[in-house]
Write a protein that binds this ligand. Structure first.
Ligand SMILES: Cc1ncc(COP(=O)(O)O)c(C=O)c1O
Length: 417
């Protein structure tokens, strides 16, 4: 705290108990005091194979034996990774690499503004897309601010904020109205196809299809932010599962199992506007873009995920966890909604159904946090923060799930008393 404001390097890491992780391996991480935690937080999403996965570590070591960043031309790892992204992501004719999800969504918005010649964008209440002014607003909004712009940061530029409209997720009528009131002004619609930044709110298929049709009709760019869902739910992202193909896709997190790399992929004519190509007029640059460490980690991660049994296992483990949690909450007579998709899961303490962020005001936040704090004290790490999701990895075992369910049962028993 003396040298680092608040003692953390990313704001949501400031939770009690304050931990100093010193080692992470497989499904576990270890605190400085020697405590071992079964990790369901998964660093907000990257380690889909499990921490420090041997195949990833080996590829990274091999890469750094060869080179660090040179920063001219292109390396073989970057070419191979772009080829893999384009092969797997339905909307990706071409891809460019950067370092974080925030960079990818920033570029996606600017590209959309350039190709449409318009300035306004639509995002959805409950979705998070990174730290920049155009999108850093209205994630977990307090009740009194719902329906207003709720910037995440002081110092956000008012003109930039004013150009972003915030709509309710799964509410196509509201989006249609914004289009009607702002003809030929909307450059982009951006969404997490599953809003995982508020846990797991499933999209209605008609909503996703409706957004595709509306954006096509109005000449607006549709951006799927698959920074969480990409590679985690399928190699082709959620777009492959739902069959709705956006114009641009942002990727990060699970693509490289814990190493910093991200990407923007999209339609050829759009991606060709970047000035990486002669004549391109949309700026794309970054000293560390396409760094061999991230690219090597991503290639090793994708290779493991390309085995069909990888996603089968993640989905089976997720189903087992959700079934166990449903059995516990119903046997204990607790009002709860066990939510999730594939390897993502969480228990909301509320009545369903859940269609959008607004429904989540019914979640008992105090109970949610206390339940997780007690699990943490039993060595099971689920981030003790309201609405945050849990992640399974390929390193979690059936036995880990069973042990977790036993602990959840015991904690709920304690809390019910
Ligand atoms: C859906 C989504 N998009 C973008 C981002 C921003 O990514 P980064 O933190 O790598 O900048 C996040 C981060 O949590 C995210 O969840």
């Amino acid at each position: 705290m003396e040298f680092i404001p608040g003692g953390v390097n990313s704001s949501l890491r400031a939770v009690e108990p304050r931990l100093v992780p010193v080692r992470a391996e497989g499904a576990y991480f270890y605190d400085m005091d020697g405590t071992r935690y079964l990790d369901y937080h998964g660093a907000f999403g990257p380690p889909i194979l499990g921490h420090s996965h041997p195949a990833v570590t080996k590829r990274v070591k091999a890469a750094i034996e060869e080179t660090d960043q040179v920063g001219v031309g292109i390396g073989p790892l970057e070419i191979e990774l772009a080829r893999k992204i384009v092969q797997h992501i339905p909307s990706g004719d071409k891809a460019l690499l950067c370092n974080s999800g925030s960079e990818a969504t920033y570029h996606a918005i600017r590209l959309s503004r350039a190709v449409t010649g318009r300035s306004k964008v639509i995002k959805f209440q409950g979705c998070y897309h990174g730290f920049h002014d155009a999108l850093a607003m209205n994630v977990i909004t307090p009740k009194e601010k719902l329906g207003q712009r709720d910037p995440l940061s002081a110092g956000s530029h008012s003109a930039v904020l004013a150009d972003t409209f915030v709509c309710e997720f799964n509410n196509l009528d509201e989006v249609t109205q914004v289009f009607e009131k702002n003809p030929e002004q909307i450059a982009a619609v951006i969404l997490e196809p599953i809003p995982h930044n508020i846990g797991c709110v499933m999209p209605r298929q008609e909503f996703l299809e409706g957004l595709r049709a509306l954006t096509q009709k109005h000449g607006t760019i549709l951006i799927f932010d698959e920074v969480i869902t990409g590679f985690r739910h399928s190699l082709g992202g959620y777009q492959k599962i739902c069959g709705v193909t956006p114009d641009l896709t942002t990727l990060g997190k699970a693509i490289a199992n814990g190493y910093p790399i991200a990407a923007l992929a999209g339609r050829r004519d759009l991606m060709d506007r970047f000035n990486t190509r002669t004549g391109g007029d949309v700026f794309w640059a970054g000293t560390f873009n396409g760094h061999p460490v991230g690219a090597a980690a991503a290639l090793a991660t994708i290779e493991v995920l390309e085995k069909p049994e990888s996603h089968q296992y993640l989905f089976q483990l997720g189903d087992r966890m959700r079934a166990g949690l449903r059995e516990i909450t119903s046997r204990r007579g607790l009002t709860a909604e066990v939510a999730g998709f594939g390897s993502v899961f969480l228990t909301y303490f509320m009545e369903g159904p859940i269609r959008s962020f607004t429904d989540l005001y019914r979640n008992d936040a105090a109970f949610f946090i206390e339940y997780r704090r007690r699990l943490v004290s039993r060595g099971i790490f689920k981030l003790p923060m309201n609405l945050k999701r849990n992640h399974l990895s390929l390193s979690h075992t059936q036995a880990d799930v069973d042990r977790t369910l036993e602990a959840c049962d015991a904690v709920i028993g304690e809390l019910k008393k």
